[in-house]
Ligand binder design. Structure first.
Ligand code: AVI
Length: 345
Protein backbone atom coordinates (compact mmCIF):
# COMPACT_ATOMS: atom_id res chain seq x y z
CA UNK A 1 0.00 0.00 0.00
CA UNK A 2 1.45 3.37 -0.95
CA UNK A 3 1.87 5.97 1.80
CA UNK A 4 -1.24 8.14 2.12
CA UNK A 5 0.46 11.35 1.03
CA UNK A 6 1.20 9.77 -2.34
CA UNK A 7 -2.46 9.26 -3.17
CA UNK A 8 -4.84 11.87 -4.53
CA UNK A 9 -8.53 11.24 -5.06
CA UNK A 10 -10.81 12.97 -7.53
CA UNK A 11 -14.56 12.96 -7.44
CA UNK A 12 -16.16 14.64 -10.41
CA UNK A 13 -19.52 14.70 -12.09
CA UNK A 14 -19.44 13.88 -15.80
CA UNK A 15 -20.69 16.69 -18.02
CA UNK A 16 -24.45 16.64 -18.71
CA UNK A 17 -25.20 14.55 -21.80
CA UNK A 18 -27.76 17.01 -23.13
CA UNK A 19 -28.63 20.62 -22.59
CA UNK A 20 -31.49 19.64 -20.29
CA UNK A 21 -29.62 17.02 -18.22
CA UNK A 22 -28.42 18.20 -14.87
CA UNK A 23 -25.30 16.98 -13.07
CA UNK A 24 -27.64 15.50 -10.42
CA UNK A 25 -29.11 13.14 -13.00
CA UNK A 26 -25.81 11.39 -13.67
CA UNK A 27 -23.76 9.63 -10.98
CA UNK A 28 -20.47 11.22 -10.02
CA UNK A 29 -17.34 9.23 -10.98
CA UNK A 30 -14.23 9.14 -8.87
CA UNK A 31 -10.73 7.89 -9.34
CA UNK A 32 -7.52 7.67 -7.39
CA UNK A 33 -4.05 8.56 -8.60
CA UNK A 34 -1.08 7.05 -6.78
CA UNK A 35 2.33 8.65 -7.17
CA UNK A 36 5.41 6.48 -6.63
CA UNK A 37 7.69 8.63 -8.78
CA UNK A 38 10.78 8.87 -6.65
CA UNK A 39 12.45 11.13 -9.15
CA UNK A 40 15.82 11.96 -7.70
CA UNK A 41 16.30 15.04 -9.87
CA UNK A 42 19.87 15.64 -8.76
CA UNK A 43 20.94 12.05 -9.53
CA UNK A 44 19.25 12.28 -12.95
CA UNK A 45 21.16 15.46 -13.77
CA UNK A 46 24.45 13.99 -12.51
CA UNK A 47 23.92 10.98 -14.81
CA UNK A 48 23.12 13.31 -17.72
CA UNK A 49 26.33 15.25 -17.07
CA UNK A 50 28.35 12.01 -17.05
CA UNK A 51 26.80 10.84 -20.32
CA UNK A 52 27.71 14.15 -22.01
CA UNK A 53 31.29 14.07 -20.73
CA UNK A 54 31.85 10.39 -21.65
CA UNK A 55 34.23 9.70 -24.59
CA UNK A 56 31.19 8.48 -26.60
CA UNK A 57 28.67 11.16 -25.63
CA UNK A 58 24.99 10.31 -25.31
CA UNK A 59 21.72 11.79 -24.07
CA UNK A 60 19.02 9.38 -22.78
CA UNK A 61 15.89 9.54 -24.98
CA UNK A 62 13.62 10.38 -22.04
CA UNK A 63 14.95 13.94 -22.34
CA UNK A 64 13.23 14.32 -25.73
CA UNK A 65 9.90 14.85 -24.07
CA UNK A 66 9.64 18.42 -22.80
CA UNK A 67 6.52 20.32 -23.92
CA UNK A 68 7.95 21.13 -27.38
CA UNK A 69 9.44 17.63 -27.76
CA UNK A 70 6.09 15.99 -26.99
CA UNK A 71 4.39 18.25 -29.54
CA UNK A 72 7.04 17.40 -32.14
CA UNK A 73 6.56 13.68 -31.45
CA UNK A 74 2.83 14.09 -32.06
CA UNK A 75 3.79 15.71 -35.39
CA UNK A 76 6.22 12.87 -36.29
CA UNK A 77 3.39 10.33 -36.19
CA UNK A 78 1.55 12.44 -38.80
CA UNK A 79 4.43 12.50 -41.30
CA UNK A 80 3.92 10.25 -44.33
CA UNK A 81 7.22 8.46 -43.69
CA UNK A 82 6.55 7.44 -40.06
CA UNK A 83 4.37 4.34 -40.60
CA UNK A 84 4.41 2.57 -37.14
CA UNK A 85 1.64 4.48 -35.36
CA UNK A 86 -0.86 4.45 -38.19
CA UNK A 87 -0.06 0.84 -39.12
CA UNK A 88 -0.61 -0.34 -35.56
CA UNK A 89 -3.88 1.60 -35.44
CA UNK A 90 -4.98 -0.06 -38.70
CA UNK A 91 -4.20 -3.55 -37.32
CA UNK A 92 -6.13 -2.77 -34.14
CA UNK A 93 -9.08 -1.44 -36.17
CA UNK A 94 -9.16 -4.41 -38.57
CA UNK A 95 -8.52 -7.20 -36.03
CA UNK A 96 -10.03 -5.75 -32.86
CA UNK A 97 -12.76 -8.37 -32.50
CA UNK A 98 -10.41 -11.27 -33.14
CA UNK A 99 -7.81 -9.91 -30.72
CA UNK A 100 -10.49 -9.23 -28.09
CA UNK A 101 -11.74 -12.84 -28.43
CA UNK A 102 -8.23 -14.14 -27.72
CA UNK A 103 -7.87 -11.87 -24.68
CA UNK A 104 -11.32 -12.45 -23.20
CA UNK A 105 -13.47 -9.82 -21.54
CA UNK A 106 -13.85 -8.48 -18.04
CA UNK A 107 -10.18 -8.15 -17.12
CA UNK A 108 -8.31 -5.43 -15.30
CA UNK A 109 -6.68 -3.30 -18.06
CA UNK A 110 -3.22 -1.89 -17.21
CA UNK A 111 -2.04 0.71 -19.75
CA UNK A 112 1.76 1.11 -19.60
CA UNK A 113 2.73 4.57 -20.84
CA UNK A 114 -0.91 5.60 -21.08
CA UNK A 115 -0.35 9.21 -22.28
CA UNK A 116 -3.75 10.55 -23.37
CA UNK A 117 -5.36 7.05 -22.96
CA UNK A 118 -6.95 7.33 -26.43
CA UNK A 119 -5.54 3.99 -27.70
CA UNK A 120 -6.79 2.16 -24.60
CA UNK A 121 -10.25 3.71 -24.70
CA UNK A 122 -10.86 2.11 -28.11
CA UNK A 123 -10.74 -1.31 -26.38
CA UNK A 124 -13.34 -0.55 -23.71
CA UNK A 125 -16.30 -1.52 -25.91
CA UNK A 126 -14.90 -4.91 -27.00
CA UNK A 127 -13.14 -5.91 -23.77
CA UNK A 128 -15.46 -4.46 -21.11
CA UNK A 129 -12.56 -4.24 -18.61
CA UNK A 130 -13.35 -4.57 -14.91
CA UNK A 131 -11.18 -1.52 -14.27
CA UNK A 132 -8.71 0.68 -16.13
CA UNK A 133 -5.30 1.50 -14.61
CA UNK A 134 -3.35 4.24 -16.41
CA UNK A 135 0.41 4.19 -15.76
CA UNK A 136 2.56 7.11 -16.90
CA UNK A 137 5.54 9.23 -15.86
CA UNK A 138 3.61 12.44 -16.59
CA UNK A 139 1.21 13.30 -13.79
CA UNK A 140 -0.46 16.06 -15.79
CA UNK A 141 -1.07 13.81 -18.83
CA UNK A 142 -2.44 11.09 -16.58
CA UNK A 143 -4.69 13.46 -14.66
CA UNK A 144 -6.07 15.02 -17.87
CA UNK A 145 -6.69 11.59 -19.41
CA UNK A 146 -8.55 10.22 -16.37
CA UNK A 147 -10.63 13.39 -16.02
CA UNK A 148 -11.64 12.98 -19.67
CA UNK A 149 -12.44 9.27 -19.26
CA UNK A 150 -14.46 9.99 -16.14
CA UNK A 151 -16.86 11.82 -18.44
CA UNK A 152 -17.30 8.71 -20.61
CA UNK A 153 -20.35 6.80 -19.36
CA UNK A 154 -18.89 3.57 -20.85
CA UNK A 155 -15.61 3.88 -18.92
CA UNK A 156 -14.90 1.25 -16.25
CA UNK A 157 -13.63 2.00 -12.76
CA UNK A 158 -10.56 4.23 -13.16
CA UNK A 159 -7.21 4.43 -11.38
CA UNK A 160 -3.82 5.98 -12.13
CA UNK A 161 -0.19 5.41 -11.20
CA UNK A 162 2.51 8.02 -11.75
CA UNK A 163 5.82 6.18 -12.02
CA UNK A 164 8.96 5.85 -14.17
CA UNK A 165 8.96 2.22 -15.30
CA UNK A 166 11.96 2.62 -17.62
CA UNK A 167 14.20 1.29 -14.84
CA UNK A 168 11.95 -0.80 -12.61
CA UNK A 169 8.34 -1.73 -13.23
CA UNK A 170 6.32 -1.84 -10.02
CA UNK A 171 2.59 -1.43 -10.48
CA UNK A 172 1.76 -3.48 -7.36
CA UNK A 173 0.51 -0.43 -5.36
CA UNK A 174 -2.48 -0.14 -7.73
CA UNK A 175 -2.87 -3.70 -9.02
CA UNK A 176 -5.62 -6.08 -7.92
CA UNK A 177 -4.85 -9.80 -7.94
CA UNK A 178 -7.27 -10.67 -10.72
CA UNK A 179 -7.06 -11.53 -14.45
CA UNK A 180 -5.21 -8.61 -16.00
CA UNK A 181 -4.39 -7.41 -19.49
CA UNK A 182 -1.15 -5.44 -19.74
CA UNK A 183 -1.19 -3.09 -22.74
CA UNK A 184 2.08 -1.77 -24.20
CA UNK A 185 1.41 -0.45 -27.72
CA UNK A 186 3.42 1.89 -29.94
CA UNK A 187 6.60 -0.22 -30.38
CA UNK A 188 8.20 1.54 -27.39
CA UNK A 189 9.69 -1.85 -26.48
CA UNK A 190 12.11 -1.11 -29.35
CA UNK A 191 13.61 1.80 -27.42
CA UNK A 192 15.02 -0.61 -24.83
CA UNK A 193 18.30 -2.45 -25.46
CA UNK A 194 17.43 -6.13 -26.12
CA UNK A 195 18.55 -7.29 -22.65
CA UNK A 196 16.55 -4.47 -21.04
CA UNK A 197 13.52 -5.36 -23.19
CA UNK A 198 13.68 -8.94 -21.93
CA UNK A 199 14.00 -7.72 -18.34
CA UNK A 200 11.03 -5.37 -18.81
CA UNK A 201 8.87 -8.22 -20.21
CA UNK A 202 9.92 -10.47 -17.33
CA UNK A 203 8.81 -7.78 -14.89
CA UNK A 204 5.39 -7.63 -16.58
CA UNK A 205 5.20 -11.44 -16.38
CA UNK A 206 6.07 -11.29 -12.68
CA UNK A 207 3.01 -9.07 -12.11
CA UNK A 208 0.73 -11.75 -13.63
CA UNK A 209 -1.07 -13.33 -10.69
CA UNK A 210 -3.34 -15.72 -12.62
CA UNK A 211 -2.98 -17.74 -15.87
CA UNK A 212 -5.70 -15.53 -17.39
CA UNK A 213 -3.31 -12.56 -17.37
CA UNK A 214 -1.65 -11.55 -20.63
CA UNK A 215 0.20 -8.90 -22.61
CA UNK A 216 -0.94 -7.02 -25.73
CA UNK A 217 2.07 -5.31 -27.30
CA UNK A 218 3.00 -3.52 -30.53
CA UNK A 219 6.39 -4.20 -32.15
CA UNK A 220 7.98 -2.72 -35.27
CA UNK A 221 9.42 -5.13 -37.86
CA UNK A 222 12.59 -5.24 -39.93
CA UNK A 223 12.01 -4.04 -43.46
CA UNK A 224 13.49 -2.27 -46.47
CA UNK A 225 16.31 -0.10 -45.14
CA UNK A 226 15.38 2.96 -47.20
CA UNK A 227 11.90 2.98 -45.64
CA UNK A 228 13.33 2.67 -42.16
CA UNK A 229 15.81 5.47 -42.86
CA UNK A 230 13.02 7.72 -44.17
CA UNK A 231 10.78 7.04 -41.15
CA UNK A 232 13.48 8.48 -38.88
CA UNK A 233 14.69 11.22 -41.24
CA UNK A 234 11.50 12.61 -42.80
CA UNK A 235 11.54 15.11 -45.64
CA UNK A 236 9.90 17.88 -43.63
CA UNK A 237 12.56 17.66 -40.95
CA UNK A 238 10.11 17.00 -38.10
CA UNK A 239 12.23 14.16 -36.67
CA UNK A 240 15.31 16.37 -37.07
CA UNK A 241 13.61 19.11 -35.03
CA UNK A 242 12.53 16.52 -32.42
CA UNK A 243 16.11 15.26 -32.11
CA UNK A 244 17.71 18.74 -32.05
CA UNK A 245 15.20 19.99 -29.48
CA UNK A 246 16.79 17.68 -26.90
CA UNK A 247 19.74 20.12 -26.82
CA UNK A 248 17.43 22.99 -25.83
CA UNK A 249 15.92 20.81 -23.13
CA UNK A 250 19.38 19.83 -21.82
CA UNK A 251 20.38 23.54 -21.80
CA UNK A 252 17.32 24.28 -19.67
CA UNK A 253 17.98 21.38 -17.27
CA UNK A 254 21.75 21.50 -16.95
CA UNK A 255 22.69 25.07 -17.90
CA UNK A 256 24.75 23.86 -20.87
CA UNK A 257 25.21 26.21 -23.83
CA UNK A 258 24.50 23.99 -26.82
CA UNK A 259 23.77 26.04 -29.94
CA UNK A 260 21.28 23.99 -31.95
CA UNK A 261 22.68 25.48 -35.18
CA UNK A 262 26.04 23.78 -34.55
CA UNK A 263 24.41 20.33 -34.82
CA UNK A 264 22.65 18.21 -37.40
CA UNK A 265 20.29 15.28 -37.15
CA UNK A 266 21.37 11.78 -38.17
CA UNK A 267 18.79 8.99 -38.20
CA UNK A 268 19.52 5.71 -40.00
CA UNK A 269 19.06 1.96 -39.83
CA UNK A 270 22.05 -0.06 -38.61
CA UNK A 271 21.40 -3.56 -40.04
CA UNK A 272 24.20 -5.19 -38.03
CA UNK A 273 22.41 -4.15 -34.82
CA UNK A 274 18.82 -4.43 -36.16
CA UNK A 275 18.14 -0.93 -34.93
CA UNK A 276 17.53 2.63 -35.94
CA UNK A 277 20.11 4.93 -34.42
CA UNK A 278 19.58 8.62 -33.86
CA UNK A 279 22.53 10.91 -33.29
CA UNK A 280 23.32 14.61 -33.24
CA UNK A 281 26.44 15.36 -35.28
CA UNK A 282 28.66 18.42 -34.79
CA UNK A 283 28.71 20.50 -38.01
CA UNK A 284 32.17 21.79 -37.06
CA UNK A 285 34.50 21.64 -34.06
CA UNK A 286 32.74 23.18 -31.10
CA UNK A 287 32.87 23.32 -27.34
CA UNK A 288 30.11 23.21 -24.78
CA UNK A 289 30.04 24.17 -21.11
CA UNK A 290 28.79 21.25 -19.00
CA UNK A 291 28.51 22.53 -15.43
CA UNK A 292 32.13 23.15 -14.38
CA UNK A 293 33.62 21.39 -17.43
CA UNK A 294 34.21 22.22 -21.08
CA UNK A 295 33.39 19.38 -23.50
CA UNK A 296 35.22 19.67 -26.83
CA UNK A 297 33.47 18.09 -29.81
CA UNK A 298 35.40 17.46 -33.03
CA UNK A 299 33.79 18.20 -36.38
CA UNK A 300 31.56 15.21 -37.22
CA UNK A 301 31.57 13.87 -33.65
CA UNK A 302 28.20 12.49 -32.59
CA UNK A 303 25.99 12.45 -29.51
CA UNK A 304 23.92 9.23 -29.48
CA UNK A 305 20.31 10.06 -28.57
CA UNK A 306 18.15 7.00 -29.32
CA UNK A 307 17.96 3.40 -30.53
CA UNK A 308 14.82 1.83 -31.94
CA UNK A 309 15.19 -1.95 -32.32
CA UNK A 310 13.24 -3.83 -34.98
CA UNK A 311 12.16 -7.46 -34.53
CA UNK A 312 11.11 -10.16 -37.00
CA UNK A 313 7.87 -11.79 -35.75
CA UNK A 314 9.61 -15.10 -34.92
CA UNK A 315 12.32 -13.28 -33.00
CA UNK A 316 9.85 -11.40 -30.84
CA UNK A 317 7.77 -14.54 -30.20
CA UNK A 318 10.94 -16.13 -28.83
CA UNK A 319 11.61 -13.11 -26.62
CA UNK A 320 8.06 -13.36 -25.22
CA UNK A 321 8.55 -17.06 -24.49
CA UNK A 322 11.91 -16.39 -22.87
CA UNK A 323 10.19 -13.82 -20.64
CA UNK A 324 7.79 -16.53 -19.45
CA UNK A 325 4.75 -15.88 -21.65
CA UNK A 326 3.04 -18.70 -23.55
CA UNK A 327 1.24 -19.12 -26.84
CA UNK A 328 2.12 -15.77 -28.47
CA UNK A 329 -0.31 -14.83 -31.26
CA UNK A 330 0.71 -12.29 -33.88
CA UNK A 331 -1.35 -10.00 -36.11
CA UNK A 332 0.26 -8.01 -38.92
CA UNK A 333 -0.80 -5.61 -41.65
CA UNK A 334 -0.75 -7.07 -45.19
CA UNK A 335 2.72 -5.64 -45.91
CA UNK A 336 4.16 -7.04 -42.66
CA UNK A 337 5.30 -3.57 -41.58
CA UNK A 338 4.19 -3.92 -37.95
CA UNK A 339 3.31 -6.71 -35.50
CA UNK A 340 0.83 -6.86 -32.66
CA UNK A 341 1.26 -9.73 -30.19
CA UNK A 342 -0.99 -11.15 -27.52
CA UNK A 343 0.70 -13.62 -25.20
CA UNK A 344 -0.73 -15.34 -22.12
CA UNK A 345 0.99 -15.72 -18.77
C1 AVI B 1 8.53 6.24 -28.93
N1 AVI B 1 9.17 5.38 -29.92
C2 AVI B 1 8.39 4.15 -30.15
C3 AVI B 1 9.54 6.06 -31.18
C4 AVI B 1 10.28 5.08 -32.11
O1 AVI B 1 9.86 4.93 -33.25
O2 AVI B 1 11.25 4.45 -31.67
C5 AVI B 1 10.40 7.28 -30.92
C6 AVI B 1 10.81 8.01 -32.17
N2 AVI B 1 11.97 8.55 -32.37
C7 AVI B 1 11.99 9.13 -33.54
N3 AVI B 1 10.84 8.93 -34.15
C8 AVI B 1 10.07 8.24 -33.28
Amino acid sequence: MAPKHLITSHRIAPPPTSATASADATPAMSFTITNTLKLDAQAELDALERSLLAPAASIPPKFFYDALGSTLYNAIVLTPEYYPTRTEAAIFARDRNDIARQIGGGKQFVDLGSGDSVKAELWFGGLRPSRYVAVDISGSALNDALLRLAGNPDAPELAGLITDFSRVLDVSPVLRREPTLFFYPGSSIGNFMPDEALWFLKQIRAHCSTPECGLLIGVDTKKDHARLDAAYDDALGVTAAFNLNVLRHVNALLGTNFDVRDWQHRGFYNPAMSRIEMHLEARHATQVRVRGHVRHFASGERIHTENSYKYAPQEFSSVLREAGFTDPRCWQDDAGDFSVFYARA
